[in-house]
Design a protein around this ligand. Structure first.
Ligand code: ADP
Length: 404
């Protein structure tokens, strides 16, 4: 079976076509600048053939039509007919409290996703555009939704509630939900497979450090706390997002700068984080280069970044009564030996014996980076969110087929 994975944003569509039997990616790419000037599609085939096609792409449906056309094209394609696509898996951002796991997308569940749009007004409507477009273009092909939030639905109430008036939770669902669930779930399970230990008996801390970043405490196979909250702004310092800030500071900024809700939102999401502190870039490589050249704000931003992750590791170890495994993943977690080392520095008191040699120079490879006798195992596990979406999609479609 071939499964198409779609990740639809407000003006872009990322896609990968998987051959489920082999686990291989037949083609992947992105449609960008949908509805804007200069829209294009970039595709990479399994054999390395790359193409960028420019054209007027007015909406998500035309973008998907365009990419489907490419997948079956004689010259650049990877399949002969669209009937080879057995299912479509969508990355969906917010499932609120409705979705505890991935689901088959039918009238009822699509309505459920629509109802969660208030919680993620920028993301869910864009995700839905992809669902509607596929319904129009390939109505016979089953669609599955895989949510960023659902893995964290196991968090206990005392961990997910904000200490705000309880009525706001009841009225609007104001609580912590968490994101990056597919990644935290995948790398934690994979770490246990590699170590050959039982997933449902471990206390694991997973650090997903990419442009967006979050950290999760997983006890006995269940997410019990995670650093992102109602929105992805909470928690760790990110490329352009602030992470934790005193809410009182925000109301003061609004007053002093005379800005409204929407400008504050932009400030917190786009102008803060590593970019905001360093003034250089949101890209960790560029900040690291500037720090190596002695730029003081770059050095400060790195120290703040690493310190925040370390603080969360300490608090999650406390939350779980200890920790057995720490996993690094995401662009930074997988590729930055220096950040991993600084984050784990001085944590010997927790039973972490970090192996500097094993960590050195390792990028994007499953590796244990603690010493053989370390009580806590520290690991790098590259994430693969698209593959998780494809395999969940396969499982749900197979279950549906059995029922019929
Ligand atoms: P996204 O959240 O958009 O999926 P990624 O997981 O790809 O992002 O992570 C992007 C981040 O990873 C960027 O800040 C980038 O600088 C960082 N990164 C990638 N390679 C390295 C590296 N070799 N050293 C340090 N940071 C890296």
């Amino acid at each position: 079976m071939k499964i198409l994975v779609l990740n639809c944003g407000s003006s872009s569509i990322k896609y990968q076509l998987f051959d489920i039997a082999s686990g291989g990616v037949l083609a992947k790419g992105i449609v960008e600048k949908i509805g804007l000037k200069g829209s294009f599609l970039k595709n990479e085939r399994f054999d390395g053939d790359k193409v960028k096609l420019e054209g007027e792409i007015l909406d998500h449906q035309s973008g998907i039509e365009y990419l489907l056309g490419l997948l079956i094209s004689e010259k650049r394609g990877v399949i002969k007919s669209l009937t080879e696509i057995g299912a479509v898996g969508h990355r969906l951002v917010h499932g609120g409290e409705t979705f505890q796991g991935s689901c088959y997308l039918d009238e009822v569940t699509i309505k459920g996703v629509e109802d969660c749009s208030d919680l993620a007004p920028l993301h869910n409507p864009a995700n839905l555009k992809g669902i509607y477009a596929m319904k129009n273009l390939l109505p016979e092909v089953p669609q599955v939704g895989v949510f960023d939030t659902s893995f964290h639905q196991t968090m206990p109430d005392y961990s997910f509630m904000y200490a705000l008036p309880y009525s706001l939770y009841k009225k609007y669902g104001i609580r912590r939900y968490g994101f990056h669930g597919t990644s935290h779930s995948y790398v934690s399970k994979r770490a246990c497979e590699i170590l050959n230990v039982p997933y449902d008996k471990m206390r694991i801390i997973t650090c997903h450090l990419g442009n967006g970043a979050s950290i999760t405490a997983i006890k006995n196979g269940k997410s019990v706390d995670t650093s992102m909250g109602l929105t992805p702004v909470e928690g760790l310092i990110m490329g352009t997002r602030s992470g934790d800030v005193d809410a009182g500071a925000l109301t003061l900024i609004m007053e002093k700068e005379e800005i409204d809700y929407s400008s504050l939102n932009t400030l917190l999401n786009k102008h803060s984080g590593m970019l905001g502190i360093s003034g250089i870039s949101s890209d960790m490589r560029e900040v690291e280069t500037a720090a190596a050249e002695g730029d003081e704000r770059a050095i400060l931003s790195l120290k703040m970044y690493q310190y925040r992750v370390k603080k969360y590791i300490g608090s999650y170890a406390a939350a779980m009564g200890g920790v057995d495994i720490i996993v690094f993943t995401g662009g930074i977690g997988e590729n930055s030996p220096d950040d991993r080392e600084k984050i784990c520095e001085n944590l010997e008191f927790m039973g972490i014996a970090f192996d500097k040699k094993a960590n050195e120079g390792i990028r994007g490879k499953e590796t244990v980076i603690s010493t053989g006798d370390s009580k806590v195992k520290v690991m790098i596990v590259p994430t693969n969110e698209e593959w998780v979406i494809a395999s969940e999609t396969r499982d749900i479609v197979e279950q549906m087929n059995k029922k019929q």
